[in-house]
Design a protein around this ligand. Structure first.
Ligand code: ADP
Ligand code: MG
Length: 270
């Protein structure tokens, strides 16, 4: 991926407008911190860019190196090198992790990986994320702790070798050692040119994986962009300066699906 261009993107779920005329351009090698108050559409943006069928794009365009991304299914986007680590990775009972991983690696590579290579690849990946490789025989995420689920997302990132990665609160629930293991993996991949967008509310992640850009999302749009210092400032001060200095209204507008809702909803906190 050289360039991802999101232009005037609007999207909804259940008749509720979540993304509002959002514009964003990512270039190869970017490491972006994506911030914004709870419930303002950060996870939705990742899901829409990955092609989740839960969301309907109502207007706008997304192109990756000139190609219409919105015309592609989620699996086609993944084959092209896009990857998302879920904020809340779902349990998938009945699917053995190693079967799922092997099938995904085969599809991403476009040819079957040998049993020996797959074994070496997974052993190394489990070691790097600090999980026991016995977990490969378990059903995906079933009974995993919050931190194990997050490490398992990073494991899948290692196996699939994506070019464009969306990390949705990858640091939540991780202990300090796990965070530094995961940060080293991200930094190694960055050094090889992988592009990252990281949603996190805490600068402990941004301190060890320093972003080159920060974007702030309010009410479904990117309202402010800056460098790493913007992420630091938000972590230290919160969002109120957006209003006092930039005149940005931190309230969400009335959702279309709920005509009885008050005109302005206060900052969503979840
Ligand atoms: N599938 C969905 N159906 C209905 N509402 C949704 C769905 N996904 C997200 N939302 C709503 O959209 C808003 C933005 O959610 P989200 O993107 O998860 O916010 P963030 O990640 O910034 O905290 C929230 O009000 C959330 O409840
Ligand atoms: Mg979220």
């Amino acid at each position: 991926m050289e360039k991802l261009i999101v232009s005037n993107l609007s999207a909804e779920a259940d008749g509720k407008k979540i993304l509002n005329d959002l514009n964003l351009t990512l270039s190869k090698g970017d490491c972006m911190a994506l911030l914004g108050p709870n419930g303002h559409g950060k996870s939705t943006l990742f899901n829409v860019l990955m092609g989740s069928p839960e969301y309907t794009v109502t207007s706008g365009s997304v192109t990756m190196d000139g190609e219409d991304l919105l015309a592609l299914t989620a699996d086609q986007r993944s084959r092209k090198g896009m990857f998302m680590a879920f904020q809340n990775p779902p349990d998938i009972p009945g699917i053995v992790a190693s079967d799922f991983f092997r099938a995904s690696v085969n599809v991403r590579r476009g040819e079957p990986v040998s049993a020996y290579d797959f074994y070496k690849l997974t052993e190394e990946a489990y070691r790097k994320v600090g999980l026991n490789s016995d977990m490969a025989s378990r059903h995906l995420n079933e009974g995993f702790s919050g931190g194990e689920k997050k490490r398992d997302e990073v494991l899948q990132m290692l196996l699939l070798e994506p070019d464009l990665v969306f990390l949705d609160e990858i640091d939540s629930g991780l202990d300090v050692d796990a965070l530094s293991q995961i940060a080293s993996i991200i930094n190694e991949m960055r050094a090889k040119g992988t592009t990252f967008v990281m949603i996190s509310h805490y600068d402990r992640l941004y301190n060890i994986v320093p972003p080159n850009r920060t974007a702030v999302m309010v009410d479904g749009s990117i309202v402010l962009e800056g460098d790493a210092s913007l992420a630091k400032r938000v972590s230290a001060e919160g969002y109120s300066f957006l209003h006092s200095e930039y005149g940005i209204n931190l309230a969400k507008k009335r959702p279309i699906a709920d005509p009885k809702a008050p005109d302005i909803l206060s900052l969503g906190v979840d």
